[in-house]
Structures are given as structure tokens and as C-alpha cells.
Design a protein around this ligand. Structure first.
Ligand code: SF4
Length: 400
């Protein structure tokens, strides 16, 4: 986003606070607001919505002429929450870089905003046409000066993540349609890929102080032609570039795919298991995962030295305690690194009124802490599972 805004508005002064990452004091945001910016753009996840409202209220007070816009997961899941004072606009679709830059241009020209927004008009809140998407040739790469590496590293260590990853968008959009997931809202329901040649050229420049690239996108292996171009381009450069990505687990039972990607530097691959179904006579709770292929996936990834990371959810609709325990036992036995989260039903927020949303404690809607007792675990067991599934199961085994 930042790199894109700099390109479109080369003469504008753009200043950024990454307060969520670095826990920067509010004073820094206050200083920026006292400089009377023309626009205040706030990126927010659902659990940050209340804080976003407070920050926007402060902005309205300190820089009353600024247009205040919010973008990110929060307005995608619950746009109605932001259709009130002190906000001027919220991004509800399309690629945010082009939606926001076009919004700024429309304000400068005193035009109505054209796409991807709900916005405040004289006659009340309105919606524009659907958001436009950017040509993947123009997807920005990260502006590395915005987050000093030391700040990033401290935040990463505080989150218990093992590696320093330079994340950049490789693909956007997903046809998966999982109701809780933000990807289809964020990138649309059709997969789009940055040209492989641009992707590889960027990666061959090196990751600087970072250990590896995170090739960000919902289903990295969703376009086999792209994968072939990507692998070929790295091989032609005679190089190996460490990276990790996320994909669908079923794709990873293809040996050629795994061996090709491992040969050019893939270190780890994440995939959503969500939940398995303990009772095999029942309909699968996660249709996108074919359980009988997991053993083959595990064998291939281990053989080619790629770390398998299984994303699981605790508290999904229809899931019971047996399903939760079975899922994690299977994943651990297969040697997967397991990354559990609370099953956060973000899709329910869209249908709530603003009053109902205000009654919720939205700060709870964080995937690492969203607990619903119907999952059958105690709060203590839930957190033990989230923090360290392997240790949790060891203690269960010892107690048995
Ligand atoms: S969970 Fe995965 S497959 Fe489902 S919509 Fe999100 S990115 Fe797509």
C-alpha cells in the first residue's frame, strides 16, 4: 500500500505509524495528526475495530479537516460498523491500493468516489460500484523503510514466530469460499498471480536482513503454469531462494510439484486442515481436505525437506471435542507443525446491526484467543493447545 501511494502521489508527504506491530505510543500518532494531514488512513482487523474508532475520534478532534478512511479485514467483514462518525469512508472491496488512491484523487477533484467504498455523502452513507482490481504487474512490493527491521524482529519474537520473513503478495483472490475467511472478500473469488518473472526478479535481489521470503497468497500452487514459470526462472538464474508459502493440502500429494518447489528453495508450506472428523461414518466437516492423502503429503514433504505446517481451528460449527483431539493427534503423528487458532465466525458479523456489534467485545475476535466453550475444551486446555499442541498432547498422554 505504502509503496503504491508513493508511486501515485510522488509529491505528497506520506507518513506511517505501525503501532499495532511495534506498540508505538499514541503520542506518535498525535504528532502526525497535529500536522494537519489531509487524509488519515487506518488499517484495522476486527479485534482492532474499537481502537480504530477511538483513534478516528481523536483524529477528528485534532485534524478536523482530514478525511478519515479505514481499510483492512474489519471493514470487509463488518462495513456497517464504520458507517458512522467519525469515519468518512471504508474500503469494502477491490484491491485497496487502487480503491484508496482513486478515493484520494476523487476528494482532491471534489468528485464522488467511484468504486470499492462505502462513504459519507451530504445525504447520508452511500455505496459505490464494486471495487476495481489492480493489474498484477502493478502490485507493489514492500516499502522496507516503513518497518525498521529491528522493530519487525522484536514483534516477531514476541509472537513466538521462529523466522524473519519478508512477506510480499504473490497471489490474490480465492475461489475456496470458506465462510470465515477474508481472502475472497479481500482479493475476490478468482485467483490472480503476480507475473512469475517479476516475482523471481524481486526474490533474486535477496531478502536483506530477513531469512526468507513469505510468498503471500491464499493458494500458492493454484496456478500450475505460473508455478512452472516460477521454478524455471529461478533455475535459469542458477539460484536457490529460500521461501515459504500457503496452499491447499491436496495439491501437495503431487511429487513433482513438491520436488520442483523444494529444489528452488521452498522451506515450508502451510495448509488449512481446519478440522478432521473423528467419526469416519459422518460427513467430513472440512470438505477441502481429503484425509486419506495426508500420509502421502507428509511423506513427500518430509522426504524433500519441506516443513509442513497445518492450520487448524478449534470451535468450528459441528465440531466436537473428539474431532478437536483427533485432528491434532493425526497432525502431530504425521510430523506436521500444527498452528491451531480459535474458530472465529467473522462471517456472522456482517449480519449484525451496529448496536449488536457495539454490544460485542470485539477485542475478543482475535484468532489466537477466540474461545467458544462449545468446542468441548476448558479455557485452560484451549490455550495449552493454542500455545503448544505437542506439549498439550504429551500431558494428556501422561495423564491417561
Ligand atoms: S480458507 Fe483457504 S481455501 Fe478457504 S477461502 Fe480462505 S484461502 Fe481460500
Amino acid at each position: 500500500m505504502i509503496a503504491y501511494l508513493r508511486t501515485v502521489f510522488p509529491n505528497a508527504t506520506t507518513e506511517f505509524d505501525v503501532s499495532g506491530l511495534t506498540c508505538a505510543p499514541l503520542r506518535l500518532s498525535v504528532e502526525r495528526m497535529l500536522d494537519q494531514p489531509e487524509f488519515v488512513l487506518i488499517w484495522a482487523r476486527v479485534w482492532e475495530a474499537e481502537a480504530t474508532r477511538s483513534l478516528a475520534t481523536l483524529a477528528r478532534e485534532l485534524c478536523p479537516h482530514a478525511r478519515i478512511l479505514v481499510w483492512g479485514d474489519a471493514p470487509l467483514f463488518m462495513p456497517q460498523y464504520f458507517q458512522r462518525e467519525p469515519f468518512d469512508a471504508a474500503v469494502i472491496g477491490g484491491d485497496p491500493e487502487i480503491v484508496i488512491s482513486d478515493y484520494i484523487q476523487s476528494v482532491v477533484k471534489s468528485d464522488s468516489p467511484g468504486h470499492g467504498l462505502c462513504f459519507k455523502a451530504d445525504s447520508g452513507w452511500k455505496k459505490t460500484a464494486l471495487g476495481r482490481v489492480l493489474d498484477p504487474h502493478h502490485w507493489p512490493f514492500p516499502a522496507q523503510d516503513v518497518i525498521p527491521f529491528n522493530d519487525y524482529q522484536t514483534a516477531r519474537e514476541n509472537r513466538g514466530k521462529p523466522t524473519d520473513d519478508l512477506s510480499f503478495d504473490v497471489s490474490r483472490g480465492c475461489p475456496g469460499g470458506c465462510e470465515w475467511c477474508v481472502e475472497p472478500l479481500k482479493g475476490g473469488r478468482v485467483g490472480r498471480w503476480r507475473p512469475a518473472i517479476d516475482t523471481v526478479a524481486y526474490m533474486l535481489n535477496g531478502a536483506g536482513p530477513y531469512q526468507q521470503f513469505q510468498c503471500h497468497g491464499p493458494i500458492f500452487t493454484g496456478n500450475r503454469t505460473w508455478i512452472e514459470e516460477f521454478v524455471t526462472a529461478i533455475r535459469q538464474a542458477g539460484s536457490v531462494v529460500p521461501f515459504k508459502a500457503v496452499s491447499l493440502v491436496n495439491h501437495l500429494s503431487d511429487e513433482r510439484l513438491v520436488s520442483d518447489l523444494a529444489s528452488v528453495g521452498m522451506q515450508a508450506i502451510g495448509f488449512g486442515i481446519e478440522t478432521l472428523t473423528a467419526d469416519s461414518s459422518q460427513r467430513r466437516l472440512t470438505p477441502k481436505v481429503v484425509e486419506r492423502r495426508l500420509e502421502q503429503v507428509a511423506e513427500l514433504l518430509h522426504r524433500y525437506g519441506v516443513e509442513p505446517k497445518a492450520y487448524t481451528q478449534i470451535g468450528l460449527k459441528g465440531q466436537n471435542r473428539d474431532d478437536v483431539l483427533y485432528t491434532h493427534r493425526v497432525c502431530l503423528d504425521l510430523g506436521f507443525t500444527v498452528r491451531p487458532t480459535g474458530a472465529t465466525p467473522f462471517h456472522l458479523l456482517r449480519h449484525m446491526t451496529v448496536d449488536q456489534l457495539d454490544q460485542l467485545d470485539l477485542t475478543r475476535w482475535d484468532r489466537k484467543s477466540f474461545f467458544d466453550e462449545s468446542c468441548g475444551l476448558s479455557l485452560s486446555d484451549f490455550y495449552r493447545m493454542i500455545v503448544s499442541p505437542g506439549t498439550f498432547f504429551d500431558s494428556v498422554a501422561r495423564a491417561a
